[in-house]
Design a protein around this ligand. Sequence first.
Ligand SMILES: Cc1ncc(COP(=O)(O)O)c(C=O)c1O
Length: 351
Amino acid sequence: MPAKIRVDLRSDTVSKPTPEMRKAMYDAEVGDDVYGDDPTTNRLQEKAAEMLGKEAGLFVTSGTQSNLVAVLAQATRGDEIIVGDKCHIFNSEAGGTSVLGSIVMYPIKTQPDGTFDTEDINGAIKPRDYHKPTTVLLCLENTHNLTGGRAVTPSATKKMADAGRKKGLRVHLDGARLFNASAALECPVTELTKSVDTVGFCLSKSLCCPIGSVLCGDKDFIGEAKRWRKMLGGGMRQVGIVAAAGIVALDTMVDRLADDHANAKKLAGGLVEIKGIKLDASIVQTNIVRFGVPKGSGGKIAALLKEEGVQINGGDSDLRMVTYHGVSSADIEFTLRSMRKVMSIVNKSAA
Ligand SMILES: Cc1ncc(COP(=O)(O)O)c(C=O)c1O
């Protein structure tokens, strides 16, 4: 019989809505949002835009749709966008901007802290020349998932955005876990958004909602984004039922993110002590812990951990654990005990 899963650290997307969210969903006042008639969705969009210091917001189905709509609304067929070689848009969104928008993605090197060097940004921007695509948009990510949930500071964000802006580019921020960044850096979220034109954040990850993201920017952009969302089939009707959870999330789930970060740090602190695990615990700032394991052992470690009741994600030589509301300090201790047991088996078989 498969082991019962006690701790699921695959992603914060497995987090569940809180009882308060479920109640708000049940009670939500709704209307047809395609007509702009859903009062709850309107309230969520206004609240999100205000929190991010932008003019307007748009509720979308997912982080992927948020990025896709943002790009399609700011770049057109034959244009080029600058992305990081380790960013989610480039690696994990099925190439949507290229497939659906005929937009070229130009990847530049992502630094270990999730930023770009401004020389790399400058070097990627093409001169106006009919041989070349037209570079129009720079895409940033915060927190940066593949570099281990790194929180990019306001000054680094401004430096990168200014480099793009100086050459006439617009700047989009994939802020799937934006509130984790502001919690980790102990800075207002507006400090992270003020130097970008457009920004999306996910409700369905560390904020525990069942579905959805909010894309924010100026009113003209949101008008255009709404058209693209409709074209992608993302115009939803009585979606206030879902948006209601988002309002509760923004009211109740933001201030507690530091708890998830403390659990991630505790996890990292324990993992570094285990033979065979490669991890610089000092870089763990938010709710994502990425670590190296001996080449070829990742799958076996994940499978053995699952037998112990701990589920994780990862590849051949690198694994990932993500904390969220619902993962307790006791769960971290259980995970570390399980990991010690699993690694002693893996180390023995390698000896
Ligand atoms: C940085 C980042 N951006 C975008 C997304 C996409 O979000 P979704 O899974 O809601 O499409 C993710 C998902 O994990 C992510 O980590």
